[in-house]
Write a protein that binds this ligand. Structure first.
Ligand code: UD1
Ligand code: UDP
Length: 371
């Protein structure tokens, strides 16, 4: 029987981390002929992931440009994929999540009348501008998708509410958990991070990058964090700062020059996952980190007004805090000082599966694609 030719397209750090287990699984499975296309929407942060998972893409569109607009990224990806899709004619294009790469790749596949599989389908806030532009990216991608790989029954339900056909939806768990199984190690060591983690202080791991938080909301949060850290001696912050110059600038301005706040370069995914595992709690507006931290039994303060990951809230491990300074301060102090609240959040059950999402996705593709 002919192999199934699957072209996986991704471009940013989170897509790469969550598609790497799928690509790796296809490489080891005789049923598939996998081809990897990266758009290079991110450069250094994408390359870090490719290196760790030893993925060498067949194609690289290299679209990243400093300060470019969403329209430019969309444009470059669609035009760049034209010849590749025309020449490769895969049985399926796989995209992940909700970035501009995801949307542009799905649109491109549609223009070429190639079937689309959406990994991490069905996440919703139903708020057009939160997160921006991700909420509309995923809705638009799901209008184009042929095979939905929903991480949870709730995301599957969201898709059914939008009248997507039940037989096209498979609940798989989240491939982020598959990735964690490949990265978190009991005997993990990193001399630079050990220096911080081995002091015996409580370490708060922070990330923040969302477009809707840039500017004032981010400034408010950073000021609140600094205030709490300055008032709590045995606490340190580790913040691997996103390479977006706007975020680098704000982080340096509001959180720089503080001996207990460590602003560091983006960590590779092995370092970052192990840093979650060693931290006391996490503060983030990231999507992926909201899935990973609960699986590692770490409470998460979500620095956003909405989340498309309500499973973590229901499980009790995520708390939606927003960006108002008083709310951020109160939530931090509560976790630092109230043991029973801390323990309750830290002991909730991971809602994202057992780390076999990639295999479920592959089996479903093998069953569904006619050759
Ligand atoms: C993108 C995604 C967002 C995702 C995030 C993950 C869109 C619209 N946004 O947002 O959904 O949560 O990635 O991190 O698709 N940069 C570098 N080197 C890198 C990466 C970024 O220098 O390796 C800088 C560049 O100046 C770039 C800027 O960061 O222009 C912003 O990158 P971009 O991909 O446009 O948006 P993100 O905020 O990263
Ligand atoms: N991550 C990483 N290094 C870092 C910070 C985050 O490898 O310094 C990983 C994290 O484990 C998660 C992903 O990057 O898998 C999340 O990416 P990001 O927060 O940039 O995007 P989002 O998930 O919000 O789309």
């Amino acid at each position: 029987m002919d192999k199934i030719k699957v072209l996986s397209i991704f471009g940013t750090r989170p897509e790469a981390i969550k598609m790497a287990p799928v690509v790796r699984a296809m490489q080891q499975d005789d049923r598939f002929l996998p081809i990897t296309v990266v758009t290079g929407q991110h450069r250094e942060m994408l390359d870090q992931v490719l290196k760790i998972f030893k993925i060498v893409p067949e194609y690289d569109l290299n679209v990243m440009g400093k300060g470019q607009t969403l329209s430019t990224i969309t444009n470059k990806v669609i035009i760049g994929l034209d010849t590749i899709l025309e020449n490769e004619q895969p049985n399926l294009v796989l995209v992940h999540g909700d970035t501009t790469t995801t949307f542009a790749a799905a649109l491109s596949a549609f223009y070429h009348q190639i079937a689309i599989g959406h990994v991490e389908a069905g996440l919703r806030t139903w708020n057009k501008y939160s997160p921006f532009p991700e909420e509309m990216n995923r809705q638009m991608v799901d209008d184009l998708t042929d095979f939905y790989f929903a991480p949870t029954s709730q995301s599957a339900e969201n898709l059914r509410k939008e009248n997507h056909a039940s037989e096209k939806i498979t609940v798989t768990g989240n491939t982020a958990i598959d990735a964690l199984k490949m990265t978190v190690q009991d005997d993990y060591q990193n001399p630079e991070l050990n220096e911080i983690f081995d002091k015996g202080n409580k370490v708060v791991l922070v990330t923040m990058h969302r477009r809707e938080n840039q500017g004032e909301p981010m400034q408010r949060v950073f000021r609140a964090v600094r205030k709490v850290i300055d008032q709590h001696e045995g606490v340190e912050v580790v913040f691997p700062v996103h390479l977006n110059p706007k975020i680098q600038e704000m982080a340096q301005k509001e959180l720089g020059n503080d001996s207990r706040i460590h602003l560091i370069k983006p960590l590779d995914v092995i370092d970052f996952h192990n840093a979650i595992a060693r931290s006391y709690f996490v503060m983030t507006d990231s999507g992926g980190v909201q899935e990973e931290a609960p699986a590692l039994n770490k409470p998460v303060l979500v620095l956003r007004d909405t989340t498309e990951r309500p499973e973590g809230i229901t499980a009790g491990t995520l708390k939606l805090v927003g960006t108002e300074p008083q709310d951020v301060t109160n939530a931090m102090i509560e976790l630092l000082e109230n043991q029973s609240i801390y323990k309750k959040m830290a002991s909730a059950k991971n809602p994202y599966g057992d780390g076999d999402a990639s295999l479920k996705i592959l089996d479903e593709i093998a069953k569904s694609i006619k050759r």
